[in-house]
Ligand binder design. Structure first.
Ligand SMILES: Nc1ncnc2c1ncn2[C@@H]1O[C@H](COP(=O)(O)OP(=O)(O)OP(=O)(O)O)[C@@H](O)[C@H]1O
Length: 742
């Protein structure tokens, strides 16, 4: 029967052309959205092709008049939509235990037996709550069908306040994933979404959530209505921000970032007060728990949601109607598993669910979707292979094969200090120590960078991300510790040892830390895998921090062994992405090896530990919690400040680069002042006439100065004002000239 139904799969293709203004990539790759409807008897697959890289803001509003009519029609119906979270066919989902008992027969979710069994439980539930029944879309005979995708926000029949908020956020057109997912979610269907990193998945679930809240508010329902589960605190903060922005015009909506204190994490969560997180949420970690009791929307990690739910029988989550699991493959597997299960168990089984990730194929997904979703619409956004190098995000992938680990620092020096790479750069390492080693190394060349790692309090981490996004500094070194666990766990999973997986996760410093997953770093020009990631998922999510929202970007992996190289190649194959060798001549930067290795020698283990300590001390000095203490004990504050000032004592001379060391290809591209600060951009205006005169009189061995980024504007300035490039006074050349003349 199941086989027969699979044969009935239909394919529909809809093409959208893209508005010129939004076009960011030169080539116009196709984004394919496929919708697989498990509830449909026909097991229908609907496929749409959308032109445009990453699909961001790239749909058009063709056939506007008919769309408008449809929109008005659906506006009239909208009151009857989006309220009670139910199955599309009007049947509530089975409870977890039910679903477990049914799971044997669930292997093929499209099988018709399952439809029948669900239908029985639906009848029971509808009689239980007649108010809900009146609001559900399930009375609509069409509700079981996959709703058609739309090409504009206007066609989504959204509340005008939500539309206004979307406009305010600056989203002009839905991304392909939003075009397909929002109507499906608004129709009351459970949805399983797989779409590339940076494709706008947050909006795809945030819009239906906010629309749902609008409706619930008008019915004056109290209690928490929506729960969003994410794996890390960074994402809690980010997603809360998006939801708050979309709720901007809806009065009295409370969006709570649930940042509970966890065993062993208390100090971290108590960290620096007054950072952006505090300003954004107005609550401290401990207070958030009380606040969330009445919040309409709760965003949290599985553990924090479990804490917030409390232990009483009628938990704070008993009224939840809508549950979203972002980064679902991670949240529903490995070390998060037990907390996620506990959190979902507290949510009524009738709640509508959405599961999303860029890497949904990961192990363990199949079993969890049975727990969370009932006959969902599976929406997958991919490219058709026309995309540059096959990467759905539009990033270019390279690897640089190096002889040894030290060479990575030489390459980092060339890339960052010699401006081979311009713009914001994200460097991923696998361990905290490696991160500080790299930072101390760059510090010596006065290249400004920051380290983000699990040792920092959550507020400080978020502050750091927002500073990076604001362009206060351009280079961020991120530890991607979570990937180790994933890799380890993945390996162990294969060998079937589940218990060790959970244990491994529990010994982590802050298991709710993670930067490669979901964090919306803005305008990252390049991602460097300074340490090669262990898993394909880790590679995908790291790479996904660049080339977001339709932009371009570069991903570069520094590989130092055959093993690393074959692992990177393997990852490329699995992802369907071409990871090519970087055309980079090491001999061109050999001249810097001596100073690079010299600096590396200075970055001893003691220095690394000192830097880690200094980081913590800085947090203490800035902590608002300790302000009272410092007022009573100023000598302690002075002592800490003194220690910190010593840590900054870095010799000046290495920041300068003698021009004779520079490879010819890079001459003119290196600035006097190292990159890394937004203040550097002041120099882009080019030198003044006075400084030009001064520099032109310099000797040939003088420190390389004020060229490169600034030099190009200098050239433009010179060309515009007819200033001739002065010949360098090379005594040897002068002699030749003289000989020629005489
Ligand atoms: N409709 C839209 N138009 C323009 N920009 C958008 C739209 N929707 C989302 N964006 C922007 O695209 C960027 C990426 O969005 P988002 O963080 O939701 O991606 P994602 O798919 O969740 O990525 P990841 O898998 O890494 O979590 C964000 O900066 C967001 O503001």
């Amino acid at each position: 029967m199941a086989k027969d139904s699979r044969k009935l799969k239909k394919k529909r293709r809809v093409s959208f052309s893209l508005p010129e203004a939004e076009e960011k990539h030169e080539d116009s790759p196709k984004v394919q959205v496929s919708i697989h409807d498990e509830a449909s008897y026909d097991d229908e697959v609907e496929t749409m092709d959308v032109e445009g890289s990453n699909g961001l803001a790239k749909t058009d509003s063709s056939d506007e008049s008919s769309d408008e009519a449809a929109s008005h029609e659906s506006e009239a119906e909208s009151d009857a939509e989006m309220t009670a979270p139910r199955e599309a066919n009007g049947r509530p989902k089975q409870s977890e235990s039910d679903s477990e008992s049914a799971s044997d027969s669930d292997d093929c979710a499209s099988n018709s037996d399952e439809n029948v069994s669900s239908s029985d439980s639906a009848d029971e539930s509808t009689s239980e709550d007649e108010n809900d029944e009146a609001d559900t879309p399930q009375n609509d005979p069409e509700a079981g069908q996959a709703p058609p995708s739309v090409s504009s926000f206007g066609e989504m029949s959204l509340d005008p306040r939500v539309e206004r908020a979307i406009e305010r956020v600056g989203w002009r057109k839905p991304t392909p994933v939003q075009s397909a997912v929002v109507p499906a979610a608004l129709s009351g269907r459970d949805v399983l979404v797989s779409a590339p990193t940076g494709s706008g998945k947050t909006g795809a679930y945030a819009i239906p959530i906010v629309q749902h809240i609008c409706r619930a508010k008008s019915l004056e329902r109290s209690g928490t209505k929506v729960v969003v589960l994410v794996p890390t605190r960074e994402l809690v903060h980010q997603v809360t921000g998006v939801l708050k922005a979309l709720c901007r015009y809806i009065g009295g909506v409370q969006v709570a970032a649930v940042m509970s204190r966890k065993k062993g994490n208390t100090k971290k969560n108590q960290g620096a007060k007054g950072g952006p997180a505090k300003q954004a949420h107005g609550q401290q970690a401990s207070e958030a728990l009380t606040f969330t009791q009445s919040a309409d929307i709760m965003v949290g990690t599985p553990a924090s949601i479990v804490n917030a739910a409390g232990t009483e029988q009628k938990s704070a989550l008993s009224e939840v109607q809508f549950v979203v699991v972002d980064e679902a493959d991670l949240v529903l597997s490995y070390g998060y598993e037990s907390d996620a299960k506990a959190a979902l168990a507290k949510i009524p089984p009738t709640a509508q669910s959405m599961l999303l990730s860029a890497t949904l194929e990961a192990d363990g997904m199949a079993s969890f979707r049975k727990v969370v979703l009932r006959r969902p619409l599976t929406i997958k956004v991919t490219t058709d292979g026309d995309m540059k190098d096959g990467d759905p995000t539009g990033a270019s992938h390279y690897f640089a094969r190096l002889k040894n680990h030290k060479d990575r620092y030489l390459v980092a020096y060339a890339m960052l200090r010699l401006n081979v790479v311009c713009g914001k750069v994200l460097l991923f390492v696998n361990h905290v120590n490696s991160a500080f080693r790299l930072k101390l190394f760059l510090d010596q060349f006065k290249v400004k960078s920051a380290v983000l790692n699990s040792e920092l309090p959550a507020n400080s981490r978020m502050h750091c991300v927002s500073q990076f996004n604001a362009g206060v500094f351009d280079i961020l070194i991120a530890t991607d510790e979570s990937k180790d666990d994933e890799a380890l766990v993945g390996k162990k999973k294969k060998s079937g040892s589940k218990k060790t997986d959970c244990k491994k996760r529990k010994v982590d410093a802050d298991e709710e830390f993670g930067l490669s997953r979901g964090v919306d770093f803005q305008d990252v020009a390049a991602v460097f895998n300074f340490d090669v990631p262990e898993t394909v998922a880790s590679y995908t999510h790291r790479a996904g921090r660049t080339a977001r929202a339709g932009r371009s970007g570069t991903v570069m992996s520094l590989v130092c062994s055959d093993k690393d190289q074959s692992r990177v190649a393997e990852m490329g194959r699995e992802l369907g992405v071409h990871i090519g060798p970087l055309a980079f001549r090491m001999d061109q930067i050999e001249a810097f090896r001596y100073r690079v290795e010299d600096c590396l020698r200075m970055v001893t283990d003691a220095a690394v530990n000192g830097a880690r300590l200094a980081d913590v001390q800085r947090e203490i000095v800035n902590s608002e919690h300790l302000q009272d203490y410092f007022e009573d004990n100023p000598q302690d504050l002075d002592a800490l400040r003194h220690t910190l000032s010593l840590a900054k004592n870095i010799p000046e001379h290495l920041a300068h680069i003698p021009s004779y060391l520079l490879p010819v290809a890079l001459r003119g591209s290196v600035t006097k002042d190292p990159r890394g600060s937004k203040f550097r951009t002041k120099r882009k205006r080019g030198p003044s006439k006075r400084s030009l005169k001064k520099k032109s009189a310099g000797d040939p061995l003088k420190t390389f100065s004020n060229k490169g980024l600034a030099g190009s504007s200098r050239q433009r300035f010179q060309e515009r004002h007819g200033i001739k490039k002065r010949q360098k006074s090379n005594p040897g050349q002068m002699m030749k000239k003289r000989r020629r003349v005489y």
